[in-house]
Design a protein around this ligand. Structure first.
Ligand SMILES: *Cc1c(COP(=O)(O)O)cnc(C)c1O
Length: 334
């Protein structure tokens, strides 16, 4: 897959939507009265946390696997993952009768590890960072001939995530601002690519946490940079973008109108609002859109769509945050 170096376009995203139809859900949007009142314009939540496997990652993983030749599929797929990509790839592989091997760092929460086991994938714990887990992937590709399906920097994965953008334009045609959780940038690149092609004046804003925002630091530097990985309530947003980033850095640099950083407390407030006011369980990464709206830092003269990207959070941690525990990193790591 990684030999596809050209940037992704709408001509890749439309076929991806046809390919994955029937394998993934077209998730609904829900208008939020409370957030609309705050923002002064209609706010729609794209409920992608209800996607099969609990996050949008199933879109990219499914498109990537369905794009392989049967010979490639037979060698098995492998990925490094902070959890949701691994889970999605495990599910997508099993659905197509392929074997997935998932490599992840020691920072990944135990609930995500065991869930991937249950999906039938082989799990390998390697290193203390996403980058070290990736080195294990490279070894398995070199030594065993497995096929790498990266979590974000891959044309088929980006095109799969972009199908979410097609659905947003379909569901909220008058959308003016889209709030997208941002880590490696596969989601933001795909969604921005689809929406800018169909609605060039729509603003796409990336949202991420203050603690370890690799794409933001890279955008500011003008090239991919490495930053220290720190525990965060938004653990799915952790990890680097890769110093050799081929696709998502350039796409996020060119297609995102802004990137907003959120504190741990703001993310916790977003998670609490999603639960108490919207009756939705989301993980930290899935709460950043709500968090940004609550913080008052998003302004728009027209309808806003916020993507709730996932719900795979340890339920004890979720309960503690709902009950008012502060989202200090020591709390998150416990
Ligand atoms: C992976 C993930 C993100 C970030 O997606 P990128 O493509 O890496 O930017 C956001 N939210 C959730 C729930 C995720 O699993």
């Amino acid at each position: 897959m990684s030999q596809h170096r050209q940037l992704v376009s709408l001509d890749d995203i439309r076929p991806a939507a046809a390919r994955i139809a029937g394998h993934v859900l077209n998730t609904p949007t829900m208008q939020s009265a409370a957030l609309g009142e705050l923002a002064g314009v209609p706010v729609h939540l794209k409920l992608e946390q209800h996607q099969i496997t609990g996050s949008f990652k199933l879109r990219g993983a499914t498109n990537a696997i369905l794009s392989l030749t049967s010979a490639e599929r037979a060698r098995g797929v492998v990925a490094a993952s902070t959890g949701n990509h691994g889970r999605a790839l495990a599910h997508a592989a099993r659905a197509q009768g392929a074997v997935a091997t998932i490599c992840m760092s020691r920072l990944v929460p135990g609930n995500k590890v065991s869930e991937i086991h249950k999906l039938g994938a082989e799990v390998r714990i390697a290193g203390n960072s996403q980058d070290e887990a990736q080195e294990e992937v490279d070894r398995l590709v070199a030594d065993k001939g497995m096929v790498s399906v990266p979590p974000f920097d891959d044309a088929a994965v980006i095109a799969g995530q972009g199908t979410l953008g097609l659905e947003i334009v379909d569901q909220v045609p008058e959308v003016e601002t889209v709030l997208v959780p941002l880590s490696g940038g596969g989601l933001a690149a795909g969604v921005a690519c689809a929406i800018k092609a169909l609605r060039p004046n729509t603003r796409i804003i990336g949202l991420t946490m203050e603690r370890g925002a690799a794409m933001k630091a890279s955008r500011d530097a003008g090239h991919p940079v490495q930053i220290e990985e720190l525990p965060s309530l938004a653990d799915s947003l952790g990890g680097g973008i890769g110093l050799g980033n081929a696709l998502t850095f350039a796409m996020c640099r060119d297609l995102l109108d802004d990137v907003i950083l959120l504190s741990e407390e703001e993310i916790a407030a977003g998670l609490r609002h999603a639960y108490a006011a919207e009756r939705e369980i989301v993980e930290g990464a899935g709460a950043v859109g709500v968090a940004a709206l609550l913080s008052g830092r998003v302004t728009s003269t027209g309808p806003i769509v916020a993507i709730l990207s996932g719900r795979n959070i340890d339920m004890d941690l979720h309960r503690r945050i709902i009950n008012g525990a502060s989202a200090l990193p020591v709390e998150v790591a416990a």
